[in-house]
Design a protein around this ligand. Sequence first.
Ligand code: B12
Length: 340
Amino acid sequence: MELFSQVATRPVYNTRAVVLRTGVPADTFRAWERRHGLPAPARTEGNHRLYSDRDVATISWLRDQTLTGVTIRQAIALLKSREAWYPASDATVSGPSPIRANPDHSAILGPRLARFCIGMVAALVAYDSRAASHLLDEAFAFAPFENVCLQVLQAGLYEIGDRWQRGEVLVSGEHFATSFVARKLGAFLSSSRPKLGRGPILTTCLEGELHEVGMLMTSVFLSRRGYSVVYLGPNLPTDDLITTIQNIRPPMVLLSASTRESARKLARSSNEIKSACSALGSRPFVPEIGFGGRVFVEDPSLLREVDGIFCGRDVDHAVASIESVLDLTPPAAATKTGSA
Ligand code: B12
């Protein structure tokens, strides 16, 4: 928590940006400010609140504490008792980062986040979820949410996967680590309350695909961006997805694949979904189908097999791609593949 002192204090975010970054309703963190003096945003000339990265880190940390059952009064007392939270120093990291992991932040925060990642991996391979949780809390207090997801959680799972392949970590160690990360992301998804009325977007991995963490992370990023996300988990039969699409009528469905086999299954299912949806009922409804996953980055030739929208090489690029597809922002990186 002493790391709060290293988070930038330059005021850059308006209230809406803070709601999007933290998932905490404005009324809630304004009440924290009124009653307890934290966060402590600056004011513009027009007397509007303007928040810094440190304010955002503060709100995120308070949110996480309250989610684990600590009262807000206790959490604030704990925070204030750490003298390093004060004083507000000059900005060490600057520039607005409305939702994506900021590349400037990545460059500046990289080495520190790498240390969090190494620490979290060490804790997880020792089956110590308390220590891993503690380190993760500190990382979230220190750096923007998206950077921590990519540079600590994702990087940590890749590292554990590599160690498992080299025979240095047991299958049980990999399972323990993956379920730790999935639980964390699941909790963020449940606690994020998008209010912008965007979506809904259905997210899932099709039958046979058990790697769900990438899709879960994508879902969390989208939810924090204001989309209502219906996350359907891994291993979902295509027929069932088609029925769900007809029930929910989402403008977009997102699919993830991690192996070649499931990339091919995704290609077949994408066609099935489109033809079944356009033939169904009196009011046929065909959503956009977006997809992603590391296997498409490793083997781009697979892209040609899918009639859908490749949403980018990682979850960080995905949000901009998806927004451009849904016409909510100017066109970005989405690439249309396949025959349609
Ligand atoms: C954890 C794990 C498992 C777990 C998954 C549990 C779970 N609940 O998810 C279990 C044990 C089930 C598993 C099983 C298998 N696994 Co595995 N697994 C992994 C591991 C270690 C981590 C994956 C992970 O969660 N990464 C973290 C997330 C955040 O990253 P990500 O998945 O890459 O996703 C990111 C991007 O790709 C993107 N993204 C992902 N999906 C989407 C979707 C959209 C729409 C968008 C926009 C973006 C996007 O965003 C994410 C964040 O940036 C990887 C190792 C690795 N290096 O990736 C191997 C790995 C993926 N597994 C692999 C293999 C081979 C298997 C098995 C076949 C092993 C076996 N012989 O049984 C089975 C297949 C199971 C199945 N039927 O699906 C290979 C795949 C190689 C390949 N290209 O074919 C890998 C790469 C290991 C390796 N180096 O060989 N695995």
